[in-house]
Design a protein around this ligand. Structure first.
Ligand code: NAP
Length: 263
């Protein structure tokens, strides 16, 4: 099973807090997510970890009236990877999201203290029980993906969510080729390098921005989606959401993708 098009979505780290609950930006975050959905950014990435659950509540409120329009990714934290804990975590996420299914549920980080067989057995049970429609992993090496898939009896890994952007390129060495070879979608987190890419100058980026009539942020997001990966930039700012949505519905030419990679 693959993620839907378009391959540009929204992250939520910081909405409703980061490591703690922080209600300060709830309304602005809901407004930003609703605007993004209306502009075609269907994929929303969240996790039980974010804002200690408050980010999921925000996502739930943002999609409440249009649940089928959204494709929700959530994740189970690495301290909840025992069989019963995975089931409980998913149940709690569903409650906070106010929905009866999660489109894609990921193991957020590996945890060597818990047998992966136990975790994946629980992930598959969630599919059987129709609580989640697809499962995957995040921050997994090729070896761990291989092991995780080996523990699944009748489902396959849909995606691996990893850090990837113009600057963070380690995944090109092993993870990306592995995913391509095994038909696993790649979800690129921190696609804007936490906003740092917008502040960098680079002559190829300048030239391509002129050529396509796009901003630097739109070029760097499109550089990811043009490689058939999913990018999930986070923004709580309406102008930024609009700018990011301007990376939809066009593609960099393959030569330009490679020029940017080399630059
Ligand atoms: N699986 C994992 O382990 C993992 C790890 C990290 C992140 N993630 C996911 O990936 C998502 C994206 O990563 P991220 O949030 O760390 O970094 P990011 O999306 O690369 O950057 C987000 C930062 O960029 C700013 N920004 C967004 N659009 C902008 C624009 N058009 N112009 C200027 N600034 C802009 C945002 O500020 P404003 O809000 O002010 O626009 C925010 O400070 C996260 O939110 C989370 O859902 C997953």
């Amino acid at each position: 099973m693959h993620l839907p098009n378009p391959h540009l979505g929204m992250g939520t780290w910081g909405m409703g807090g980061t490591w703690e609950r922080d209600p300060a930006n709830i309304d602005a975050s809901i407004e930003a997510l609703r605007l993004g959905l209306s502009l075609g950014l269907r994929i929303i990435d969240v996790a039980e970890l974010y804002g200690r659950g408050l980010s999921e509540e925000i996502v739930g409120r943002a999609v409440a009236e249009h649940r089928p329009d959204a494709y929700i990714i959530s994740k189970v934290w690495k301290t909840h990877l025992r069989y019963e804990d995975v089931l409980r975590a998913a149940d709690s996420s569903l409650e906070r999201l106010g929905t009866d299914y999660i489109d894609l549920y990921l193991v957020h980080w590996p945890n060597a203290d818990v047998p992966l067989s136990e975790t994946m057995r629980a992930m598959e049970k969630l599919v059987d029980d129709k609580m989640v429609r697809a499962i995957g992993v995040s921050n997994f090496t090729p070896e761990l993906m291989e092991e995780a898939q080996g523990h699944l009896k009748h489902t396959t890994l849909t995606a691996n969510e990893i850090e990837y952007n113009l600057h963070a390129r380690d995944a090109e060495q092993g993870i990306i080729p592995y995913c391509r070879a095994h038909d696993i979608d790649i979800i690129a987190y921190r696609p804007l390098a936490k906003g740092a890419l917008a502040r960098h100058t680079n002559s190829v980026l300048d030239e391509l921005a002129k050529k396509y009539g796009k901003t630097h942020n739109q070029i760097v997001l499109n550089w990811i989606t043009s490689q058939n990966m999913i990018a999930i930039p986070k923004s709580s700012n309406l102008a930024h959401i609009k700018e990011n949505a301007g990376a939809l519905n066009w593609n960099l030419e393959p030569d330009d993708v490679e020029r940017l990679r080399a630059a």
